[in-house]
Design a protein around this ligand. Structure first.
Ligand SMILES: [Zn+2]
Length: 115
């Protein structure tokens, strides 16, 4: 069997506005983003994402064997589930707040940089 799957990613400073593949929010011109491209199952793909949003895929173990099996809905669900595991109260905040808490726990260092 020939392995035709590949995946590349790098940090870029955007020259055009984009939308984050995962959280769906805008990535402004000049912002740092993670650009990924590759080939999976015969299909080429590319995407822009906030570095933190992209990192969550790895930090939350969303990658098992089926990398492109992650879609934005699955990503959001995973963030929600993780938040519920962290939260003490049972009140569900807006998604952005859940994402902030999860990023803080899994992706940010003490200086609040995305690592
Ligand atoms: Zn994002």
């Amino acid at each position: 069997m020939i392995m035709s799957t590949f995946h590349n990613e790098r940090r870029v400073k955007t020259r055009k506005p984009h939308r984050c593949e995962w959280c769906g929010k805008p990535i402004e011109v000049g912002e740092t983003a993670t650009y990924s491209c590759g080939k999976f199952d015969g299909y080429f793909y590319d995407r822009y994402a906030h570095p933190g949003c992209e990192k969550l895929i790895y930090r939350l173990g969303m990658i098992e064997c089926d990398y492109e099996g992650i879609d934005p809905d699955g990503w959001r669900q995973s963030v929600r589930d993780t938040y519920e595991g962290l939260a003490e109260e049972k009140i569900t905040p807006p998604f952005d707040e859940m994402l902030r808490v999860v990023l803080q726990e899994y992706v940010w260092d003490k200086q609040q940089r995305i690592i």
